[in-house]
Design a protein around this ligand. Sequence first.
Ligand code: C2E
Ligand code: CA
Ligand code: CA
Length: 740
Amino acid sequence: MIYGFFSLLWIFLSDALLEMLVTDVKLLSFLQTIKGFGFVAISTLLIFGLVSYYAKRMLAAQHHLRALIDTLPDLVWLKDERGIYLSCNRKFERLFGARESEIIGKSDYDFVDAELADFFRKHDLIAMHADRSSINEEQLTFADDGHTEILETIKTPMKDEAGKLIGILGVGRDITKRKQRETEIKVLTQAVEQSPVAVILADPSRQVTFVNRAFERICGYGSAEVVGQRFEPVDSELNSGELVAEIWRSISIGEPWQGELRSRRKGGEQYWEYAYLSPVLGNSGEVSHYLALKEDISLRKQHEERLHYQAYYDSLTALPNRVLIMDRLQQLIREARRNDEYVAVMFLDLDDFKKVNDSLGHDVGDQALVQAASRLVGSVREGDSVGRLGGDEFIVLAGHFSRKESVQVVAENILESFWDTFDLGSRQIMLTVSIGIAIYPFDGESLSELLKNADTAMYLSKAQGRNRYSFFTEELNLCISRRLQIEEHLRAAIDNGELSLDYQPQYDVKSRRISGVEALLRWNSTALGQVGPDEFIPIAEQTGLIVPIGRFVLRQALSQAVRWVAQEPLFKLAVNISPAQFRDEGLAEFVRLELDSSGFPASRLELEITEGILMRGGPLVEGTLAKLHEMGVCLSMDDFGTGYSSLSYLRRYPVDELKIDRSFVQEMTVDQADMELVSAAISLARGLGLRVVAEGVETQEQLDALNEMECGVVQGFLLSKPVSADDIDALLMRQESTTA
Ligand code: C2E
Ligand code: CA
Ligand code: CA
C-alpha cells in the first residue's frame, strides 16, 4: 500500500514541480521518461491489484456462502426443471451417501427406488406448476448410517432475471423430534379426551380453557358452555362453607386437594364426585393452570349408603337397629353427663306376639311389627329415638329431661298408642306392649347396666299382667337375680337328686279315712337351700324345665303310690300338671307308658289341671285331655273359683272333680260371700256329678262347715301337712290297724 501511495505520488507529481525541483535538463528528461513508463507500469499494477483484490473478495464470499450452506442442519439442494441436480449441501450428501460432484448431473432415479423418485418428482412438478413453494413431509433413511428422519421439505421454483423457470430449490428440515412431540401430545390429548374422568383446565385468571368429553358426559354441559366461564371446581351451595374454604386455602398455597364433593348436573340432579383439584405450576413456580379431575362416584356412594343402611337400620321397620341405637344411647349418656340431665332407656316387648305369628303367619306378623313401629315413632317426643332390637323387641331412648314424670308420660303415650286395633289386611287384632324403664344415672351409668335393668323392669311388667310399664328398682333387681339363680340351679336339680315329693293326704269327710294323696314337689337345693314350689314352678314353666321336672314327678309319684293303691282299694293319687306341660305333645303317651311300667291303675290317677289349660284350649290340649280320659285317668279342676270358672268348660271337658281353692275355704267362716261361693261350688259339682275336694282346711270350724255342706273330701293342715312317702306309709298303716 505504501508502495502504491508513493507510486501514485510519483505519477501525479506535476511536471512543473519536477522542473522546480530538478534543474538539470538531462536528469529532468530522464526522470520524465521514467515517469511516463512508471505511469503505464503503475497503472497496470494498480489495475491488476484491484482485479485480484475483488476476485479474492468474491472467492471469499462464495466460500463463506458455501460454508454456510454446508453448515446448515437442513438439507439444501438445487435441481433444474428436468430434475437434474445442480448442487447440494453436505447434509444432502449424507442422505444420498455420495459427494456433491457425484450427485450433480444425476436425478433422484439414480439414487432411490423408482417409487420414491416418482414421489419427489411429482412434488417438484407441483411446486413448479403452482409457481409457489410446496411443503411436504417425507420420511427418509440416510444412506451413510441408515438412520431415519422425518423431513419437512419446502420446494420453491427458481427463476432467472427474466423470470424464466430454471429449476427448483429444495430445503429439507429434520422434524423427527417435533413429530414425536406432536404424536405424544396427540396421544395425551386423546387419552385426556377419552378418559372416564372429567378434566377441566383453567388459566391463572381462573377462566376455563378446556374440558374433555367425560366432563360433558358427567356434568351435562357442552365444552362451548363452559370454556371461557369462571372456574368453579366446588359447588358452594351443596358443600359446607368449611369444606369450600379448605379447598381454596389448599389451592391458593399451591397444594392439591382431593376428596368427595356433592355436585349438580346441568339438569339440576345432584350427585357425588371424587375430585382432585390442583394448581399447575410453571417452571418458575408461578400458577400456569388450574386442573380439576372429577369422577362420578354416585353409584359407589349409593352402594355405600345401602351398606350403611343395612348395617344400621332394620330392613323391616326401617328403624335404627341395635348397633345404631346403642351408639345413640352412648351419645345421650355423654350429653346427659355434661348437662346434668336424665336419660330413659325403655325396653318394649309386644305381648303374646308369638301367637300372632303362629296363628296368622309371618307375613301378617311382619305387618303388625311395621304398624307397631310406626305407632311407637308417633307416640314419642321429637328427638327421642325408637329402635328395633329384633323380633318383637323395641327400644325407646328419651333424653334431655330432668323429671321422672316426663318419662311416665312417654310410657303412657306408648301404651295408649296401642289401644286401637291393628288392621292387618282382612284381620283386626288387639296388641299390647310391656315396657321396662331404666333411668340414667339412677339405674346405671353404663350402657350395659342400663340395658340390663330396663330389661329386668320389662319382665316385671310381663309378670304383673303385661300391657303396662314398670320402672326398675333395686328390689326388683334382687328378685330378678334370685330368679336367675333359681333358673341356673334348677337345670341340674333332677340330675343331682335334689328334687323329691311330699304327699298331702286327702280325707273322706264322712269316714275320716285317707282317700288319697296329692303329690307336692320339694326342692332341697345344695346351693340355695329349700326352695318352695310356688317360687320355682313358675320359673320352670317359663324356661320349659317343667317338662322334664313334670315327668320326674309323675314317675316318682306312681312308683311310690303304687303300694298305697294296693293297700287302699279306693285310694287316689293326685298329681299337679301345669299348663306348660300341655305344650309337650308326648304328655299323654308318657302317662300311658309310666302307668304301664309302674302297674298303677289309670282310674286311681288324678291329674290336677287349672282353668288356664282349658281356657287356652286348642287341638293339642283337647287331644291330650281326650286321650287321658280314654285311658281312664281322672281330671281334677284345681284352684276352682280363682279363674273364670266358666261352666262351659266343665261341660266341654271330661272333668271328674272340682278342687275348691284354699283362699275361699280359709275365708268361708269369716266372709259370707266366700261361704256362699263354696256352697254353690259344692252344689254345682253335685249337680254335674263331679266329686268335690276342699283344700286348705286349717280349722275345725271350716271342716264342720264343709261337712254340713256335704263336701266329699277335704285336704289341709288341720288334718295333715304334706309329708314324706314314709310318713304316708305309717299313716296308712295306722289307719289299717284302727279299722282292723
Ligand atoms: P296347689 O296345687 O294348690 O297345692 C296345694 C298347696 O297348698 C301346697 O303348697 C300345700 O302345701 C298347700 N296347703 C295344703 N294345705 C294347706 C293349708 O291348710 N293351709 C295352707 N296355707 N296351705 C296348704 P305347696 O306344696 O307349696 O305347693 C304350692 C303349689 O306348687 C301347688 O299349689 C302347685 O300349684 C305347685 N306344685 C307343687 N308341686 C307341684 C308339682 O309336682 N307339679 C306342678 N306342676 N306344680 C306343683
Ligand atoms: Ca294341686
Ligand atoms: Ca290348689
